[in-house]
Ligand binder design. Structure first.
Ligand code: ZN
Length: 113
């Protein structure tokens, strides 16, 4: 479930909108003052540029010791460990996309890794 954050140009407060579906349209406004002068902030699900290097080091094969890629539980354990090391910034979105990935059939071709 994506969370969109908007920054209010009038009162400089943030408003968060939780979307039930990615395709859902929202009409953003400031929840503090009602202004429509709001600017979308980067989704907290996305990984900042500075995190990319960190991601690379997390994908170091030595981190995957004991990983049996045919065992979804084993994969999940490693993914959760990675998620913890990355801290809260990836948050729920990370866990969610991870769970979606794990729920997909095993025949899914490798892409991101
Ligand atoms: Zn406002």
């Amino acid at each position: 479930m994506p969370i969109y954050e908007y920054y209010c140009g009038a009162c400089h407060k943030r408003s968060s909108f939780l979307l039930l579906r990615v395709s859902e349209e929202i009409d953003p406004y400031c929840k503090a003052c009602g202004s429509k002068d709001v600017k979308k902030l980067i989704s907290r699900v996305s990984v900042p540029k500075s995190e990319e290097k960190r991601m690379e080091s997390l994908l170091d094969p030595s981190k995957f010791s004991g990983l049996d890629e045919n065992d979804p539980r084993s994969v999940e354990r490693v993914m959760r460990k990675m998620g913890r090391e990355l801290g809260d910034e990836l948050g729920e979105g990370f866990e969610e996309s991870m769970e979606e990935a794990l729920n997909e059939p095993q025949s899914t071709p490798e892409k991101d890794f």
